[in-house]
Design a protein around this ligand. Structure first.
Ligand SMILES: Cc1cc2nc3c(=O)[nH]c(=O)nc-3n(C[C@H](O)[C@H](O)[C@H](O)COP(=O)(O)OP(=O)(O)OC[C@H]3O[C@@H](n4cnc5c(N)ncnc54)[C@H](O)[C@@H]3O)c2cc1C
Length: 240
């Protein structure tokens, strides 16, 4: 779907060993760092933490809060950014504010960029609203909406030329301007976000974001991902 992108900027190495070490310190008498050369390998640590922390919904999630992953999310509509930014605990964001940047909007006017590179419109197709009423988003409507976005770029360009600041003129642009952001999360907070934003009634673009975040996450902490996939993924088992 679309040009949405998620890339990993950085991630804690050996995350399952890190979780194991944290869990182990919960009950070990000794200083676990002294044993670091004798920790089970990454895969074995994965098995142990699934069995000891996750299986049977024990709720002992604290050790999952130590490893961090830093993701760069790109070309999502502003509305998706708003949705994921509501998750405050254990997640941090840096996102384009529109106070400093405007060149890509001006580029549309100057013919250097396509409107769809800068604004997101849903694909043509059949949709339903929150009351279950079905409707079609037609080619004619979508074309008109692209023209609307283009007209807004022209107005933005005009106001910038007249001396308005970017933070003033940004109020003129259509809501779903595309945005890039950097977000960091720990294993627990990312799973919580997936609980809420990957369920079937979540907004389409947020679901797509979750799908794209899932691939690097599953490579990073495979044992936890496998447990999550069979126990919670898309099952709308929501945290309080
Ligand atoms: C389908 C859907 C629709 C939504 N619609 C809207 C909307 O229209 N408008 C809108 O503004 N928001 C909306 N939200 C956002 C929602 O209200 C929450 O703000 C958002 O989901 C973040 O909550 P969280 O449980 O993920 O909290 P996080 O910030 O991710 O925190 C994780 C957990 O920590 C605990 N916690 C965090 N903060 C507190 C606190 N202050 N007090 C007590 N416990 C806390 C809770 O257990 C929480 O689940 C929507 C969310 C969803 C999933």
């Amino acid at each position: 779907m679309d040009r949405f992108t998620v890339k990993v900027i950085a991630q804690t190495p050996n995350p399952q060993q890190v979780i194991y070490a944290a869990m182990h310190q919960d009950y070990a008498e000794h200083f676990v760092w002294d044993e670091r050369d004798r920790f089970p390998d990454e895969a074995k640590c994965g098995d142990i933490i699934v069995k000891s922390l996750l299986a049977g919904n024990r709720g002992h999630y604290g050790p999952l809060e130590h490893p961090q992953i830093v993701l760069n999310c790109g070309w999502f509509p502003h509305s998706t950014m708003q949705q994921v930014r509501t998750h405050r605990v254990g997640v941090s964001f840096d996102v384009q504010s529109g106070r400093y940047t405007s060149q890509r909007i001006l580029d549309v006017v100057e013919g250097k960029r396509n409107v769809e590179e800068v604004f997101y419109l849903r694909p043509l197709g059949e949709y339903s609203d929150r009351q279950g009423k079905h409707y079609a988003y037609t080619e004619t409507q979508r074309q008109e909406d692209l023209e609307w976005c283009l007209a807004a770029c022209h107005r933005y360009h005009q106001r910038i030329q007249q001396g308005l600041s970017e933070e003033h003129a940004r109020g003129l642009v259509p809501f779903d301007i595309r945005q890039h952001w950097v977000m960091s999360a720990n294993v627990r907070s990312l799973l919580h976000l997936l609980d809420l934003r990957w369920k079937a009634d979540a907004q389409l673009e947020a679901q797509k974001l979750c799908e794209l975040m899932w691939h690097p996450f599953a490579e990073w902490v495979p044992a936890i991902a496998a447990w999550y996939e069979s126990n919670r993924l898309k099952k709308a088992r929501l945290a309080p």
